[in-house]
Design a protein around this ligand. Structure first.
Ligand SMILES: Nc1ncnc2c1ncn2[C@@H]1O[C@H](COP(=O)(O)OS(=O)(=O)O)[C@@H](OP(=O)(O)O)[C@H]1O
Length: 439
């Protein structure tokens, strides 16, 4: 019975759907042929002209909206990319593009995603316009890496030792220039080799290259610096390779020892070419080495033994102490360069409050203030400020910020008294009292 009623409704096709969708008997179609059954229905979808027009208009508006949206997003994306490719990043990229090795790829900043859109203006290698001349263990690496946060600064990666090593100096300025990074016009190229400060021939050689060069000298409280130096020497000696154990001839053994001493000598003179590691996580980086305290007796001696003679007087010929007598070395530089061309950076303050020292340097170099607190964060594990880049956070390697051995406070006090006079001479030379403790 119910099925019959349904059939009747279909036959009459009374159901009028919205939007002019109708079921009509096929018989309403002309010409109605004899084969047309009165029970068949057809579906007719009818749209009135105004509705059709409205539908078209809607489709056009929606398409326009979508097109505009896509174009707008693209434009914003490009503008952001262009902003991200600031001077510094362009320089960074230019530098990376020319120095890239595959391992560096993960340090590349965001804009490399758009290699087709970034256009590098012409860059070239320039001789440095600024040198960090020393002092060893006073924060020369930290200073260089921090300055490199500035878009106007380019840095030579490692220590080039052009002016203090004859074998390099004899290769000429063109050799030196090739060791420099690519830079844009207006950028300042900086190289650091801390041994420049203590090498007598260097000031004159630097002047021969560029008499108006700007010099950065970073210093630290001299006794702490000497202890840091000792810590590094001991660490290097402890990891230097051993002489051949079963060398048949004593002469041969002596040869190996002297070669190692020479090797050590180079190591000892060098600062570390290493720079940054990820987030303070460190690696030893020394393979296949054994302790050599027996081969290098001084390596097993304490700082106290090396710095103070058994009779209680200061060993003034102990190299870490000589390097800390800053005035002796600075004197030579000021005979060659006017005082205004040299800025003394406080290395102890660079550790405590990097931005204040960097501000002074920005002024000295005549570049705008761009490095600020946002570029640093204090890493509790490392115990030092680390650097914040667009590409991630970086701390200096483990060779920077080593734990110093405990030193007898009486020895520290004795050395501070000894240095008071030397420090005074240094203050007079630079016209600035750094306030280092006198006992
Ligand atoms: N931010 C930051 N992180 C780590 N280390 C820092 C930092 N700022 C300054 N320093 C100090 O730098 C000292 C090493 O100095 P140098 O780089 O001049 O050493 S080297 O001569 O190049 O070997 C190193 O000396 P030690 O602490 O004795 O290892 C550090 O005290």
């Amino acid at each position: 019975m119910t099925a019959k009623r349904k059939g009747d409704q279909l036959r009459d096709c009374p159901a009028k759907l919205p939007l002019d969708i109708l079921w009509l008997p096929k018989s309403v179609m002309r010409p109605a042929g004899p084969e047309i059954s009165h029970t068949d229905c057809i579906l007719v979808v009818g749209v009135s002209r105004p509705k059709l027009a409205a539908a078209f208009l809607t489709v056009i508006i929606v398409s326009l909206f979508l097109t505009f949206h896509v174009l707008y997003d693209g434009a914003v994306y490009n503008i952001q990319a262009a902003q991200a490719v600031s001077e510094h990043q362009l320089a960074f990229l230019a530098n990376r593009v020319t120095h890239l090795n595959p391992g560096d790829m993960n340090t590349i900043n965001h804009p490399m995603v758009f290699p087709n859109r970034v256009r590098f203006p012409k860059t070239r290698k320039r001789l440095p316009q600024t040198l960090i001349i020393g002092v060893r263990k006073c924060g020369t690496r930290a200073l260089l890496e921090m300055l490199y946060l500035h878009p106007r600064i380019q840095k030579a990666g490692g220590e080039v030792h052009f002016f203090d090593r004859d074998e390099n100096y004899l290769k000429g300025l063109e050799w030196y220039r090739k060791k420099m990074p690519h830079s844009f016009q207006g950028q300042i190229t900086i190289e650091k080799s801390p041994s420049y400060f203590v090498s007598p021939e260097v000031p004159e050689r630097v002047r021969a290259m560029n008499a108006s060069i700007k010099l950065l000298l970073i210093v630290r409280e001299p006794v702490t610096r000497a202890i840091s130096d000792y810590t590094q020497l001991r660490s290097h000696a402890a990891t230097a390779p051993l002489p051949l154990a079963n060398s048949p001839h004593p002469q041969q053994q002596a040869y190996h020892l002297s070669t190692q001493s020479k090797f050590l000598g180079v190591q000892l003179e060098n600062g570390d070419a290493n720079d940054l590691s990820n987030n303070g996580h460190t690696s030893t980086g020394v393979g296949n080495t054994q302790t050599t305290s027996s081969a290098f007796p001084s390596a097993s001696k304490s700082f106290e033994e090396l710095a103070i003679f058994p009779n209680g007087t200061v060993n003034e010929s102990y190299r870490p102490l000589i390097i800390s007598m800053y005035h002796l070395h600075l004197h030579r530089w000021l005979e060659v360069f006017p005082r205004e061309q040299l800025l003394v950076v406080n290395g102890d303050q660079l550790i405590e409050d990097p931005v204040s020292q960097l501000r002074r340097i920005e002024n000295f170099l005549g570049i705008e203030h761009r490095i600020n607190n946002m570029h640093f964060y204090f890493n509790e594990t490392k115990g030092f400020y680390c650097l914040r880049y667009d590409s991630g956070d970086r701390c200096l390697r483990e060779t920077k910020g080593r734990k110093h051995p405990h030193i007898d406070p009486l020895v520290v006090s004795k050395l501070r008294k000894f240095f008071a006079e030397h420090n005074q001479k240094f203050y007079e030379l630079v016209g600035q009292d750094l306030g280092w403790p006198e006992e």
